[in-house]
Design a protein around this ligand. Structure first.
Ligand code: DGJ
Length: 694
């Protein structure tokens, strides 16, 4: 007997079927099916043939493929009983509860005393589907691996794109051809990490940013994930995501995966990106002050490092406010005896050598400049040279002789007394002062992956958020080491990278936009001479690249000459004028025909206006710029477009281009099909093209 279920939204339909009351499998995921579709016929037509050398029937690629059911690939779970004997479940379907756009599938294995529950919810307003899996037992079991509900991958794709990276080089895409066997990614470092962003995109043959079919996945967990993209000998493909293996160290009766976020797009990679951007911004992030515009940040790290001096900080704050900053963030160095990075993590008491009257006088000054005040913590860490370690050596996670990272160790967040201590330290500062922002850092990997760490950190964040709902939190981990929808369920901003090099940021932001909206993506105008790359970049390029996302400054404002200060004020004013519509705009990656150009279009939710940022990363191979084609405009509408920074055209741009003189009007069709030819420009520069529908 065949049973079927379907979930529908404007972007996609997902169909599941169960044969003879076995665990259901996804038999269709793609563009919306007509309501009249006969799902039994769909199941029938998808049945694979059998030939020589095959089993007499093909095992299901179910929501949790079963090792004991002759499945020829990776199983959806790997469990043992308390004595260590493997449990090899074979599930029977008990119940499917369907409400609106959600399914709860319950299966049982009576022999092994196991219940499997898959929750699948389609969010029609964003185009994202969320999936979680739970396994329950009436006795204690060990969990080695539990995949979120497993999905088939298209056989029309030639490659897959996942992401790696490094400190100051986050969000590097890897293009891997599909072939028989497994592409496996696993973060075993106990955090999401720069090297292991938990995302996957499967572009079908011919897909680009702006057209074609694509599927995308993101696993919302901060403790390190495992991804399996496998092609079976029969050609079927499966995608599994879950927590990194063997990270639940204790036996339990219940294990749950984090949410897997997925989406299908018929409009290229941008269709996936827009679904994730909207879903994260509108359904995941718990905005502390939803009606307040994103404030322009000033962060003092690259200006002063550990060298805190109140008169200097006040001077910097005054200048930052005059440039347009609205939130002043006091970075590392205000506590303990933290004169460098060898000491004091864990001693979250104000350093009275640097702040003899506490933080109050600096905060008062910041407020007097019209800015709010934010402060840095790195709660999960401890230095051996700290009062905390001297008092509580047993709070360190892992062996004492482990290799330190940045001279520091990790606190054992599974210990309730550790979380209670951290709550007291942080809440004392929040109660004593009007702080509206925490930058929450995490500067080393764990000595071993351990899910209890992540559960402990999540619980601490949840407790602080419940007691201080007005305080916004940024997830930073040496830059982009902890960026995922799990941490963003509890925080409002990510520090994408410790690189404030605008050239590097341009490509990182471009790739991160496949998952992240502008509202959560911190981007700062760095020093003239970049501290992490050694590059020297002009203020215009630095300012506009920061203005692509949640804008801030991080240079010492005392280094700015008059021209630089003028440009920075101008771009900041532009950002403030436009931030309301840009908050809910979609970031659309453009298919630039020139590989030297990285370009995106931010399109207002109502389609009435847009801004295009076209960055030039190097000299082009051809001598003149190629036209840049826009996307998602109304082909019949007319748009007035103008180059916001046309005054920046260099002398070597000698042609008589209308855009260098005035605005022009074109149809959406012409802008999308032919495109706009921008003036010639130097590498490390950016054109900002604005447009509105008339
Ligand atoms: C790493 C962060 O990414 C930096 O922005 C800064 O906060 C330092 N840590 C402080 O130690």
């Amino acid at each position: 007997m065949i049973q079927t279920w379907r979930l529908d939204g404007p972007q996609q339909t997902l169909v599941l079927s169960s044969n003879d009351a076995r665990c259901p499998q996804v038999i269709y995921w793609g563009p919306p099916l007509p309501p009249s579709e006969d799902l039994n016929e769909l199941a029938a037509v998808g049945t694979l043939d059998v030939t020589g050398g095959m089993l007499d029937q093909n095992p299901d690629l179910s929501l949790s493929p079963e090792a004991a059911g002759s499945f020829l690939g990776q199983p959806g779970m790997s469990l043992r009983d308390a004595q260590g004997t493997p449990l090899l479940p074979e599930f029977s379907l008990c119940d499917v509860d369907q409400k609106d756009h959600a399914l709860i599938v319950t299966c049982e294995d009576k022999t092994n005393h196991l219940t499997y529950i898959a929750q699948i919810a389609l969010h029609p307003e964003t185009g994202v589907i969320t999936l979680t899996a739970k396994v329950k037992s009436d006795r204690l079991i060990h969990m080695h691996w539990l995949a979120a509900p497993v999905l088939p991958a298209p056989q029309t794709a030639d490659e897959m794109i996942d992401f790696s990276g490094r400190w100051c080089g986050e969000f590097q895409p890897n293009h891997t051809p599909w072939s028989a066997g497994i592409r496996m990614r696993e973060s075993r470092v106990g955090r999401t990490d720069h090297a292991h962003f938990p995302g996957l995109i499967i572009p079908c043959r011919g897909a680009t940013n702006t057209s074609g079919n694509a599927y995308a996945f993101h696993y919302g967990w901060s403790g390190g994930h495992r991804m399996v993209a496998e092609e079976l000998p029969d050609g079927r493909r499966q995608i599994q995501f879950g927590n990194a293996t063997e990270t639940e160290h204790a036996p339990a009766n219940v294990f749950v995966t984090a949410p897997l976020y997925v989406t299908y797009s018929a409009t290229g990679l941008n269709g996936c990106a827009v679904a994730f951007q909207r879903h994260l911004r509108d359904n995941v992030v718990p905005w502390a002050k939803p009606d307040t515009p994103r404030p322009v940040h000033y962060n003092c790290w690259e200006a002063i490092y550990f060298d805190h001096d109140i008169p200097e900080l006040k001077d910097i704050a005054t200048r930052a406010a005059a440039l347009g900053a609205e939130r002043f963030v006091l970075d590392d160095g205000w506590f303990g005896k933290r004169d460098d990075d060898t000491t004091s993590l864990g001693d979250w008491q104000v350093d009275l050598r640097k702040y003899p009257d506490g933080l109050g006088p600096l905060i008062d000054h910041v407020h007097a400049q019209g800015m709010t005040f934010g402060i840095w913590f790195e709660p999960e860490m401890i230095n051996l040279d700290s009062d905390l370690y001297r008092a509580r050596p047993g709070w360190v996670l892992g062996p004492v002789d482990q290799i330190p990272g940045r001279q520091q160790m990790v606190l054992n967040m599974a210990l309730p007394e550790v979380c209670a201590y951290l709550y007291d330290c942080i809440s004392t500062v929040l109660r004593a002062h009007p702080v509206d922002y925490i930058k929450w850092d995490h500067n080393r990997v764990l000595p071993m992956p351990d899910a209890a760490q992540t559960h402990g950190t999540y619980a601490l964040l949840d407790r602080l958020r419940a007691d201080f709902p007005q305080v916004e939190i940024e997830s930073c981990a040496s830059g982009g080491g902890r960026i995922d929808f799990g941490i963003l369920t509890r925080t409002q901003r990510v520090w994408l990278s410790d690189s404030n090099d605008a050239l590097e940021r341009l490509s990182m932001q471009h790739n991160a936009a496949l998952f992240l909206p502008a509202a959560v993506t911190g981007s700062h105008v760095g020093p003239r001479h970049c501290h992490t790359s050694g590059r020297t970049l002009d203020i215009e390029f630095r300012a506009w690249v920061a203005a692509q996302r949640h804008m801030g400054f991080e240079m010492d404002p005392r280094e700015l000459d008059d021209h630089e200060a003028t440009v920075l004020r101008d771009v900041t004013d532009w950002w403030k004028t436009n931030r309301d519509w840009m908050y809910s705009a979609d970031i659309l990656r453009l298919d630039a025909s020139d590989p030297a150009v990285i370009a995106e279009e931010q399109l207002a939710a109502d389609g009435s206006r847009f801004v295009v940022f076209a960055g030039k990363t190097r000299n082009s191979s051809q001598i003149a710029p190629r036209p840049l084609r826009l996307t998602r405009l109304d082909p019949q509408a007319r748009y007035e477009i103008w180059l916001r920074n046309r005054g920046s055209a260099k002398g070597l741009s000698r042609g008589a281009l209308a855009l260098k003189e005035r605005s022009i009007t074109m149809s959406g069709q012409a802008l999308m099909h032919h495109g706009v030819t921008l003036p010639w420009s130097f590498p490390d520069s950016i054109w900002v093209l604005e447009g509105h529908r008339i």
